[in-house]
Design a protein around this ligand. Structure first.
Ligand code: GDP
Ligand code: MN
Length: 436
């Protein structure tokens, strides 16, 4: 039975309107904060935004029984069914950059892969599919990063796989960027991880390093300094559908800062104190909050009420970052950097198992305009066990036979892990709903 009555007490936190926070906007020109395009807000508005962050999406859920939870869930599954029943091809943008366009392949962008030498064969299959479906028409460069030196074998095989004129960079990550910092006590780490036994990968230091790296460091890597956008890919993922327009130019033309395909709930134990830490940060810097943020998505309390309960108010909804297309200016902006600095001090990358996915998602949902976050409905993608596969119009061969429209996971029990219905219902505007 569900013993999960979310707290509906709304405590107003008093925003900190200290000069330091108000000054942020004045300095925004030099420090890149303009990507957040934030307006200075009045104390009343800040109060209102903070109280939204303390209010669950469904207040009446305080009185929900099993049946009401079930009904809410069924409604969401129906919304998903309807959404995926619509045949789509690509964004109905006025202007998509096609392979023949002089701007094709000319965005300041790279495909980014963090891998180990032993992941070679698995990254090769990901790249082969991405090339076939998209990049052989656009020729975007690749950047490979690794905490160790890439072997000659790895480099040779990758180079051999790609056209001869394709730019490929291989980089080593500075141990200072990668390793557990001195502020973390290895003994404390170990004892905390003994208590997190059920959290995937919690016992592996390298996994914590990876999550921290992808949260707060990768965009400082010197090899990425010259780029504005990255498309992150991982070993062993599948791309099912042809993409015949330049997605980076799409991001640019439509003023998007983030593109995702999958949207999930997280293991609440892995981020037990992340929401509380984040709210502590937000109280110190309320001006960073975006008035058009994706708050409702963070506050869902009816699909996984236990997650909301355990984290003290966070749905655990997040973009699944193994696929992500990012405008790095957002990560390099003052709100994001200050948030990372604050989280580092909270030590949850090691004393819990904060993933880069919830961290990135919280930053986007709080500090970015939701209209600048794009669901790439048209990109057929799988990272086991989850899939995004659109339905194509009759007769279209854009997606291959491995893509089963609307399928999400191989087991029905995983359907409740899908947070996309919350995004569709509460975050997407009419315009976005009609953009495919
Ligand atoms: P999962 O998808 O959350 O299960 O995590 P993965 O094992 O797929 O790791 C996420 C990404 O980080 C993948 O691109 C991995 O290749 C990469 N990765 C994970 N751990 C390490 C590591 O210790 N070293 C390097 N170089 N890459 C890593
Ligand atoms: Mn993975």
């Amino acid at each position: 039975c569900l013993v999960l009555v979310p707290l509906v007490v709304i405590i107003h936190r008093k925003p900190d309107l200290s000069l330091q926070n108000l000054r942020w906007r004045e300095t925004s020109a030099e420090d890149n904060s303009d990507v957040a395009r934030n307006e200075l807000k009045s104390p009343e508005e800040l109060d209102q935004l903070l109280s939204r962050l303390e209010t669950p999406l469904v207040i009446e859920a305080a009185h929900y029984g099993k049946n009401e939870y079930k009904a809410a869930f069924n409604e969401r599954m129906e919304l998903l069914r309807k959404t995926f029943a619509e045949p789509i091809t690509e964004p109905k943008s006025m202007h998509l950059v096609r392979p023949v366009d002089p701007l094709a392949g000319k965005a300041s962008a790279t495909i980014l892969c963090l891998t180990r030498n032993q992941d070679l064969s698995d990254i090769v299959t990901s790249i082969q599919q991405l090339e076939e479906q998209f990049n052989n028409q656009f020729g975007y460069p690749y950047t490979f990063l690794n905490d160790e030196e890439f072997s000659d074998h790895f480099k040779n095989e990758i180079t051999r796989l790609l056209p001869i004129d394709r730019e490929v960079q291989f980089g080593r990550i500075d141990p200072k960027m990668w390793n557990m910092p001195d502020s973390i006590d290895p003994e404390v780490f170990k004892s905390k991880m003994d208590q997190l036994e059920d959290v995937q990968h919690a016992e592996k230091i390298s996994y914590h390093n990876m999550c921290r790296f992808y949260s707060r460091s990768f965009y400082h890597h010197p090899l990425l300094a010259k780029y504005k956008y990255i498309w992150r890919i991982e070993p062993n993922v599948n791309f099912y559908c042809r993409i015949d327009y330049d997605v980076f130019q799409f991001m640019e033309d439509n003023d998007k800062i983030y593109g995702f395909v999958l949207n999930l709930y997280d293991s609440p134990e892995s981020v037990k104190s992340l929401w509380k830490s984040t709210m502590d940060f937000v109280e110190k810097t309320p001006q960073y909050l975006h008035r058009n943020g994706s708050y409702a998505w963070l506050k869902d309390n009816v699909q996984k009420p236990q997650n909301y309960e355990i984290t003290g108010g966070y749905s655990t909804c997040h973009f699944w970052t193994n696929f992500e297309i990012i405008n790095l200016d957002f990560l390099r902006s003052k709100p994001y950097e200050d948030y990372m600095h604050f989280l580092e001090g909270e030590k949850g990358f090691y004393y819990e198992r904060w993933g880069d996915a919830p961290v990135r998602s919280l930053a986007l949902a709080l500090f970015a305009d939701k209209s600048r976050i794009h669901w790439f409905r048209d990109i057929g993608y799988q990272h086991f066990p989850y899939t995004n596969c659109p339905k194509s119009p009759a007769g279209s061969d854009r997606c291959n036979g491995n893509c089963q429209p609307g399928s999400f996971a191989p087991w029905p029990s995983l359907r409740s892990e899908n947070c996309l219905p919350v995004w569709i219902e509460h975050i997407m505007s009419q315009q976005e709903l009609e953009s495919y």
